[in-house]
Structures are given as C-alpha cells and as structure tokens.
Design a protein around this ligand. Structure first.
Ligand code: HEC
Ligand code: HEC
Ligand code: HEC
Ligand code: HEC
Ligand code: HEC
Length: 192
C-alpha cells in the first residue's frame, strides 16, 4: 500500500497547525512565535524622574543604547550615563530650558543625577545582564520598545520568576533553582 501524496500533505499541514512540526524557516528566522517575556497586564506608571529625560526624543539622534548604558565588569549592571555625557551635547542643545538649567546644576555640583529605578530584581536573586546580551537576547525583549517611550515604565513582566523560567525553558538555558537562588545552602551555612 502506498500513501497518497495529498494525504501526506494534509497530514503535514495538520501537524504544522497543531504545532507538532515547527517549520525550519521559522526556527532559522529567529522570529519568536510568542514574546518570551509577557507584557505587564496591570498598568505600571512611570516614576517621576529628577529630569524629564525622553528616550523617544533622543532616539531620533541615532544613539545606540550602549552609548549611554555600558555593561562594566562583572556585567551585572547596565548603569546610567555620567552627567558629562549629557552635558557634551547640552552645552549646545536646548541650553536654557528649565530642565537643562537643572542638568547643568547637577553637573556643576558633581552630584550624580538621582534617577529613580524602574526595573529592580528581588534582592538575593542572581542576575547578570552580560550573560543575556552574550546569548543574543535583545533589550526590547525584556524592556519593551524603549526608543518609543517618553518616560520609562515597567511595561514588561520581566521581574517575575515565571518570566525568567519561561524563557530559560524556551532557550534551553539552565532552570535549576541554584541558577538564580543561592539558598538554601547560604541560609543553612548561616551566610545570610
Ligand atoms: C547626542 C546629543 C545628546 C545627548 C548625549 C543628550 N542629549 Fe538631551 N537632547 C539633545 C537634543 C538635540 C535635544 C532636543 C533639543 C531641542 O528640542 O531643541 C535634547 C533634549 C533634551 C531634553 C528636553 C529639553 C527641554 O527642556 O525641552 C532634556 C531634558 C534632555 N535632553 C536631557 C538629557 C539628559 C539628562 C541627557 C543625558 C542622560 C541627555 N539629554 C543627553 C541632545 C542630546
Ligand atoms: C542619551 C542617553 C541614553 C540613551 C541613548 C538610552 N538611554 Fe536608557 N536611560 C537613560 C537615562 C538618563 C535613564 C534614566 C531615566 C529614565 O528612566 O528614563 C534611562 C533609563 C533606562 C531604563 C530604565 C532602567 C531602570 O531604572 O530600570 C531602561 C530599561 C533603558 N534606559 C533602556 C534603554 C534602551 C533599551 C536604550 C536603546 C533603545 C536606551 N535606554 C538608550 C539614558 C539613555
Ligand atoms: C533578559 C532580560 C533583560 C535584557 C535582555 C536586558 N535587561 Fe536590562 N534589566 C533586566 C532586569 C531583570 C533588570 C533589573 C536588574 C537589577 O535589579 O539589578 C534590568 C535593569 C536595567 C537597568 C537599570 C539597572 C542597571 O544598571 O542594570 C538598565 C539601565 C537596563 N536594564 C538597560 C538595559 C539595556 C540597555 C539592555 C540591552 C543592551 C538591557 N537592559 C537588556 C532585564 C533585562
Ligand atoms: C528572553 C529570555 C530570557 C529571560 C527573560 C531571562 N533569561 Fe536568564 N538567560 C537566558 C539565556 C539564553 C541565558 C544564557 C544561557 C547559556 O549561556 O547557556 C541566560 C543565563 C542566565 C544566567 C547565567 C546562568 C549561567 O549558567 O551562568 C542567570 C543567572 C540568569 N539567566 C538569570 C535570569 C533571571 C533571574 C531572569 C529573570 C529576572 C532571567 N534570567 C530572564 C535567557 C533569558
Ligand atoms: C531563571 C531564574 C530563576 C530560577 C531558575 C528559579 N527562580 Fe525562583 N525566583 C526568581 C525570581 C526573579 C524571583 C523573584 C520574583 C518576584 O519578585 O516576583 C524568584 C522568587 C522565588 C521565591 C520567592 C522568595 C524568594 O526567595 O525570593 C521562591 C520561594 C522561589 N523563587 C523558588 C524557586 C525554586 C524552588 C526554584 C527551582 C525549582 C526556583 N525558584 C528557580 C528566579 C528564578
């Protein structure tokens, strides 16, 4: 008995529809069928920042994210830019608006601009930006399209354990508790 080609094609279509077979083109294109980090369903409003810095306004200048957010050793933090970085443009751009007058005051006082944190992982959880950047995860996957934001708010459910583990499973990264938690060992040894 031979299997009719039309029947074989129909079966393949059914398998594709039901998700049993993943077309190799979809695997290779790197397009995710669903976002690895879900959006936050509840609204999270942006905190009031010391200066009304807008990523959207600055994105039109063609700056790379890492022009302002560097990832120094050991790679945990993306850091905020030095005030001198801002001043390098604002000695010429929009020099006399209240916000830029305030920027120059921070610069002259040598005090760091006290940016209010938006994303902060629960204390004690092991986190590292560099491991993620090196494996090719994009900023937007975890933070949304910041280049379109006038004010950064927590639009993505990045800080939830289910989001971490969901992506680790999808990308075959480590999901053992010890990957992200030092306990119970540290607690048992009295280190915490
Ligand atoms: C590559 C140059 C560049 C850098 C770097 C830069 N800016 Fe700007 N910024 C601009 C330009 C250009 C504008 C638009 C000015 C205008 O509309 O006339 C602007 C606008 C602004 C405004 C709105 C000004 C107003 O009151 O209307 C603020 C606030 C601001 N920048 C803050 C910052 C801060 C804080 C930093 C550092 C984190 C920074 N900028 C870094 C070029 C830059
Ligand atoms: C001109 C400098 C500049 C550039 C370029 C820039 N940022 Fe920022 N970023 C800032 C400053 C200043 C803040 C703090 C104020 C705020 O939250 O808006 C910030 C805050 C953030 C935060 C919130 C951090 C927290 O507190 O949790 C994220 C996420 C972020 N940026 C991502 C990006 C991404 C992604 C890009 C590229 C698309 C980018 N930034 C480009 C200056 C910059
Ligand atoms: C895999 C998810 C993920 C990716 C990818 C990612 N971030 Fe983050 N980001 C986080 C988490 C989680 C935090 C909170 C970390 C903490 O509390 O130390 C954070 C915090 C930040 C902060 C504020 C604290 C700091 O200094 O680290 C900035 C700024 C930031 N991210 C920018 C970026 C930029 C720019 C990129 C791309 C170059 C990026 N992030 C890629 C998850 C991610
Ligand atoms: C969008 C996908 C994605 C998200 C979201 C994500 N991760 Fe990861 N994570 C990865 C990948 C990919 C690696 C690299 C795995 C490798 O190199 O084998 C990694 C590596 C790590 C590592 C280093 C592990 C090692 O073996 O050295 C830690 C720690 C980590 N992630 C913690 C977290 C935490 C905590 C969160 C949530 C706050 C998180 N990750 C969210 C994809 C993700
Ligand atoms: C890929 C990273 C990752 C892995 C793997 C992981 N967790 Fe978590 N876990 C987190 C993050 C992030 C939080 C903080 C969540 C929040 O604040 O909502 C958390 C929070 C928790 C908490 C709440 C109390 C605390 O210590 O913060 C418990 C309990 C917990 N995890 C248990 C586990 C267990 C058990 C495993 C292994 C089966 C595990 N986790 C594996 C990332 C991870």
């Amino acid at each position: 008995m031979t299997i009719h080609p039309t029947w074989r094609a129909t079966t393949l279509c059914l398998l594709l529809l039901t998700g049993f077979v993943i077309p190799s083109s979809a695997q290779q294109s790197g397009v995710e069928s669903k976002p690895a980090v879900p959006d936050n369903v509840a609204p999270h409003s942006a905190p009031t920042q010391p200066l009304p810095f807008s990523h959207k306004q600055h994105a039109t200048l063609g700056l790379q994210c890492q022009a302002c957010h560097t990832n120094p050793d050991p790679g945990v933090l993306m850091t905020f830019p030095a005030t001198a970085k801002c001043v390098s443009c604002h000695i010429a751009a929009a020099t006399d608006t209240p916000a830029i007058v305030s920027l120059h005051a921070y610069s002259e006082s040598k005090a760091a601009i006290p940016w209010v944190r938006v994303y902060a992982v629960t204390k004690g959880v092991t986190w590292n930006h560099r491991a993620h950047l090196e494996s090719g995860v994009q900023c937007a996957t975890c933070h949304g399209d910041i280049s379109q934001a006038d004010a950064v708010s927590e639009t993505k459910a990045t800080l939830a354990m289910a989001s971490c583990i969901g992506c680790h499973e999808a990308q075959a990264a480590n999901t053992a508790c010890i990957t992200c938690h030092a306990w119970p060992t540290d607690q048992l040894l009295g280190l915490e």
